[in-house]
Write a protein that binds this ligand. Structure first.
Ligand SMILES: O=C(O)[C@H](O)COP(=O)(O)O
Length: 219
């Protein structure tokens, strides 16, 4: 699993969520560095979100690995957590306005829901196929987990069970949700899990998808 390279919003320290921002030059470099660390893997399928920072990162990795021919699925289920009304705001400015503890809860706790939008996003661009009634106004990590894990169970796990390497290129929260599911981390302990841009997280599983090895460093 790889979190996209640095985005233009990351560089500005802004909450991003479903904002469709591109990569910075640094983000592009991080994607190439991620690909170097993944040399030798022959991924059978690539999974990403409908957000371009993840798609661009996936394309760079596929290209560097000469795996351009590998099928790629772009699913809204792998989108970053919807950051609601925090989207676009500077993270330090919200610490000053709401306090460090509240901001930490919004960003890292499993159940805290960020302040909601007044109206759902319009069904345009990457969201044009989705009914306005299922567009979130904001998501906790728990809300995002509910949509992300079914994707993993339906689309990724069966391919792993077939012995095929899978590449997921997604977002900080998407990957935190998947780490929680795959490693069975508690609702409390997920608070301490961080995912850096462009740093591959590699799991090796046995035939029943128990973890054999992982390069994840816990704090
Ligand atoms: O959506 C965002 O702002 C980032 O991708 C992740 O933000 P976080 O570090 O607050 O989880």
């Amino acid at each position: 699993m790889v979190r996209h390279g640095e985005s233009t919003a990351n560089a500005l320290n802004q909450y991003t969520g479903w904002n469709n921002v591109g990569l910075t030059q640094e983000g592009i470099i991080q994607a190439h560095v991620a690909a170097k660390k993944l040399q030798g893997f022959e991924f059978e399928h690539v999974h990403t979100s409908v957000l371009k920072r993840a798609i661009l990162t996936a394309y760079i990795i596929q290209d560097d690995l000469n795996l351009n021919y590998v099928p790629i699925t772009k699913s809204w289920r792998l989108n970053e957590r919807h950051y609601g009304a925090l989207r676009g705001q500077n993270k330090d400015a919200t610490r000053r306005e709401f306090g460090v503890e509240q901001v930490h809860l919004w960003r890292r706790s499993f159940y805290a829901v960020p302040p909601k939008l007044d109206h759902a996003d319009p069904n345009v661009g990457p969201y044009k196929y989705y009914d306005a009634r299922i567009m979130p106004l904001a998501e906790s990590l728990y809300d995002a987990y509910q949509r992300i894990v079914p994707y993993y169970v339906d689309q990724v796990a069966p391919r792993l069970l077939d012995g095929k390497d899978q590449l997921i290129v997604a977002h900080g929260s998407t990957i935190r949700a998947l780490i929680k599911y795959i490693e069975g981390i508690s609702d409390q302990d997920i608070d301490g899990v961080e995912v850096a841009n462009g740093t591959p997280l590699i799991y090796e599983f046995d035939k029943k998808l128990n973890i054999l090895t992982s390069n994840r460093q816990s704090k």
